[in-house]
Write a protein that binds this ligand. Structure first.
Ligand SMILES: Nc1ncnc2c1ncn2[C@@H]1O[C@H](COP(=O)(O)OP(=O)(O)O)[C@@H](O)[C@H]1O
Ligand SMILES: [Mg+2]
Length: 267
């Protein structure tokens, strides 16, 4: 893949992979923080596979390892043990700069706290990843405008983050994450700071991107109502996966009991 070479021009990044290759394949992934008596086994030998096009919700109580899992998928941290293949490539065998390239070319991140530059316009926030990619200014502007339109923020391009509501700020953060057309969008509690109505709007946006653009999504949440938008729910407890359920996404009935026959596994 592109990030294992240094010559981008002759070998452009492939955004889709050969059929049958999972986007994410964890085998026996373990993450230990600290040493000796203070060591914390945040992930305890997990196997996890995510196929292209999936929308996976990662659930579990506080401290169960959800964020650690997402950070490892996102190559923001390295495992203590185990194998991680991204689109067939062994991540542990990549050099640091190759991992950075993988992150830049293939992954998008959305966090609970938006992580926008406060006194900077929505447009400039969304352009930021393109600056790192050395996209020329006019092209950068056009792509950022398209991304902001895709999240429903046309007309708000020149507002600073401080002038936007929480829901709007999270939309800017989603636009910043998708402006590079990532294969995989990683979201850690993206609705955690939002009221449930605004949270649902963000979930509609993420599921729309998953459907319309085929962006694979892995999202951490502790809210069943938000997880109900996903086609699959993986549940963590004490650093282990205790349930992994494929399902029919059913946001309408997420807060009530599922109707008879409405919750079977997807075909
Ligand atoms: N950087 C870190 N240093 C030490 N311990 C950590 C660090 N990050 C997470 N942990 C510990 O690892 C465990 C899993 O944390 P985390 O993945 O953040 O859980 P979750 O996101 O499910 O709340 C917790 O016990 C947490 O305290
Ligand atoms: Mg967390």
């Amino acid at each position: 893949m592109a990030f294992v070479t240094t010559d981008d021009s002759s070998n452009p990044p492939a955004k889709t992979d050969q059929a049958g290759t999972p986007l994410v394949a964890f085998r026996g992934i373990t993450k230990v923080y600290g040493e000796g008596m203070a060591a914390v086994r945040a992930l305890d030998g997990i196997d996890l596979t995510v196929e292209p096009g999936e929308f996976v919700a990662i659930m579990g109580p506080s401290g169960s390892g959800k964020s650690t899992c997402l950070h490892l998928i996102g190559c923001l941290d390295t495992p203590t043990d185990g194998s991680y293949r991204f689109a067939g490539v062994e991540v542990g065998a990549l050099r640091r700069n190759q991992r950075a390239l993988l992150r830049r070319e293939y992954l998008g991140f959305v966090f609970q706290g938006y992580n926008l530059l406060r006194r900077t316009s929505a447009l400039e926030n969304v352009e930021m990843p393109l600056v790192y990619r050395r996209v020329p200014r006019r092209e950068r502007r056009r792509q950022a405008q398209d991304a902001l339109a895709a999240v429903g923020l046309q007309g708000r391009e020149h507002h600073t983050s401080a002038e936007l509501s929480g829901g709007q700020q999270q939309r800017v953060a989603v636009a910043r994450a998708i402006v590079t057309e990532p294969a995989l969008l990683l979201a850690d509690e993206p609705t955690g700071n939002l009221d449930s109505t605004t949270g649902r709007e963000i979930m509609d946006l993420l599921t729309g991107l998953n459907d319309a653009r085929g962006i694979t999504v892995a999202m951490v949440t502790h809210e069943e109502a938000m997880a109900a938008y996903a086609g699959r729910i993986v549940r963590f407890l004490d650093g282990r996966i205790v349930a992994d359920e494929k399902r029919v996404a059913d946001p309408e009935h997420s807060t009530s009991r599922r109707p008879e026959g409405g919750g079977g596994p997807s075909a």
